[in-house]
Design a protein around this ligand. Structure first.
Ligand SMILES: [Ca+2]
Length: 224
């Protein structure tokens, strides 16, 4: 019994690795931002908790949120003019900053849904929930806790101009808030950081177990 168990150890390792892998992926649909180290791709957004040195987010408020579902439509030309005035001549990404404005310690809100449409293009949070803790507590209003980078796939400043007629819609559903208002600001990529996704160490480890186990099992079979 023990011998045969030993023989199949690698196979068991391989199967468990692959079984747990999709499970941990499914759980990843719920995210929490609680400090400055957060960086994940969530739906169509690269979500970061820190865009050090970012400026301008206090000026271009595009949505003031008091819970539930709220939306706002602005003209693409007004965003183009805002960026043009700042001296932006080229950008392939836009960044929402989300400023939590809750009072008291351990406060948070839950972003259940986030959507941005530019013309016919739609960007979604997808089947994900994002809990944003007030990790800049003490900094107060005007200090964003989350940044949503949108990679457009084209140069916004070249694609549009001051007389573009397209609209930009931002819509969000927020729950678990107590004070507010929460605020979304929109700007060009704030620092040029690309925010490459960092895979969860546990997930990588499990996939590694799966692959190693499978390789060892195949080698064992070949030896026989
Ligand atoms: Ca804040």
């Amino acid at each position: 019994m023990l011998k045969s168990l030993k023989r199949y150890t690698f196979l068991i390792l391989a199967i468990s690795g692959f079984c747990i892998f999709p499970y941990s992926q499914a759980k990843a649909a719920y995210y929490t931002i609680e400090d400055s180290t957060f960086s994940e791709i969530i739906g169509n957004f690269t979500v970061r908790s820190d865009y050090a040195g970012g400026t301008g987010q206090q000026r271009n408020e595009v949505l003031t949120h008091r819970g539930g579902t709220e939306s706002n439509t602005i003209s693409v030309s007004s965003l183009w003019n805002f960026l043009d005035d700042k001296g932006v001549t080229s950008t392939t990404a836009l960044v929402f900053s989300f400023d939590l404005n809750e009072t008291g310690q351990d406060k948070f809100v839950q972003i259940d849904d986030l959507q941005m449409n530019i013309g016919t293009q739609s960007f979604l949070l997808g089947n994900n929930t994002l809990r944003v803790n007030d990790w800049t507590l003490g900094q107060g209003n005007n200090n964003p806790e989350a940044f949503f980078r949108i990679d457009l796939g084209y140069d916004f400043m070249k694609q549009f101009n001051a007389s573009s007629t397209e609209n930009l819609l931002i819509m969000s559903t927020i729950s678990q808030f107590s004070a507010g208002p929460e605020r979304f600001y929109l700007d060009a990529s704030l620092t040029g950081q690309n925010g490459a996704p960092v895979p969860e160490p546990a997930t990588v480890l499990l996939l590694g177990f799966g692959l190693t186990g499978l390789m060892c099992f195949r080698r064992k079979l070949r030896k026989k």
